[in-house]
Write a new protein. Sequence first.
Length: 550
Amino acid sequence: MITSLSIENFALIEKLNIDFSNGFSIITGETGAGKSILLGALGLVLGKRADLTSLKNKEEKCIVEAIFSIGKYNLESFFDTNDLDYESETIIRREILPSGKSRAFVNDSPVNLQQLQDLSIYLIDVHSQHQTLELSEEEFQFKILDSIANNQSLLVEFQSILKNYRNSKAELETKKNKFALIIKEKEYNEFLFTELFSANLKTGELDELEQQYQSLSNVEFIKENLAKLISIANEDEFGILKNLKEFKAILQKNTVFTTEYQLLYERVDSILIEFDDVVNEINSESELVFNDPEKLESINQKLQLIYTLQKKHSVLTVEELIEIQNELEAKVVSVGSLEQEISSLENTIKEFELSLDAIASKITQSRSEAIPNLTEKLITILSQLGMPNVRFKIDIQTTQLYQNNGKDSMQFLFSANKGTDFGLLKKIASGGEMSRIMLAVKAVLSQYSKLPTIIFDEIDTGVSGEIANKMGQIMKEMSQSMQVFAITHLPQIAAKGTNHYKVFKTVLGENTVSELKLLTVEDRITEIAEMLSGKDISDSAMNHAKALLN
């Protein structure tokens, strides 16, 4: 339970320190006095988000600190899981800095907002008027029924398997998409590889083919030039060979005189030998040069193929095409391993579905068994609250969908009066009826949950008189097993409290501040009398207030 609350620099509160006890505590005050501010400050230590508008003085930080007595509620495992120091008197502190940054601490260990929110689930249930509207929502109705059916462990197991099931489904979808993409790429890669492989490319062949193409394209021109060269070299009278031989013979005559002539002679002899060899090769080449249209066409086709492949793959050489061919060959692999993974995942998902179906069936069964117990308890409490003819009809249908809380859908039907048909809560229940039903629900849940504290924020909306008196009595009975707070405007409920706190505004100079104080017995009589008759308190109101308190 919460034992104390300290607030500094929050909204209209400059500084506030208040202690709380167990039992049934009442909080009253005029509209706008600051009851919502008090809940807002408490919301900060429970993990609600805040901003700079929360600061009364924008130059100073806001601090909200609450002490909770949690020794009886088996929360050690939560603290271990979140790596926090466990203390039976746990202190939660929240700070909002002028910069807008927020800090939170549990027993002086820094925590994030999610950890605060997770911890708050085990500490306080703040029932707002908005939550009454949740009563008509299926998710909230299942929470009620599952609490009565004690389905918590089954739901935890179901949700754990469901998480793995959904992860496996997502992984399967990813792998199937990947498989389809690989198949598509594989077919295209196979086509590209086959195209390159069929081209039978060889390193350096492009230059060779281009030379051959040039030669075959100019056969007549080459042959004519070769013939002229042979004629110039071998002409009988003026041929180069005949003149070189004559030149050599004349030079030989001078070799007997000096070594210089001998050296010149040897050089000429070398020239003659080399030139003779050149002429012989030209003769040979001339014999090889002939017109071959078929070979020319073959070379042309191969060159065009290479040029097309180079353009297609955006490269400039045959060597680069060969490299691409090798890469494609590596990519064109079997997809058998991925198919096996897909098959394995499909089997795993089927196993998950069998497990989920089995647990969901147990959840459905326990819910069905709990329905009579829930409706009986609700009817008993609501009969005390002026609804003697109330009836409930809760229908559960099993669907094929895996939801976070099983496979069921629910219709929570209600009839307030004899002779009226059942209808959905949200359609036929009035505001006052919804308030009483919600109180009945909370009263039933308090018997099953080990929650330390519950705060009712004007759950008495739409009721008055004896019904309000009965609502107060029910909350007082709830306080025997948990700490209960009620923020109320009704004197009948206020009089039921063990402790009574009043929220009020005070004007100090140019500032308006909200304060909270614990009322004495005399203060309570005056406060309840004022709630009965207004600011002008009559003697009858005072007597009525004393009677209510007694």
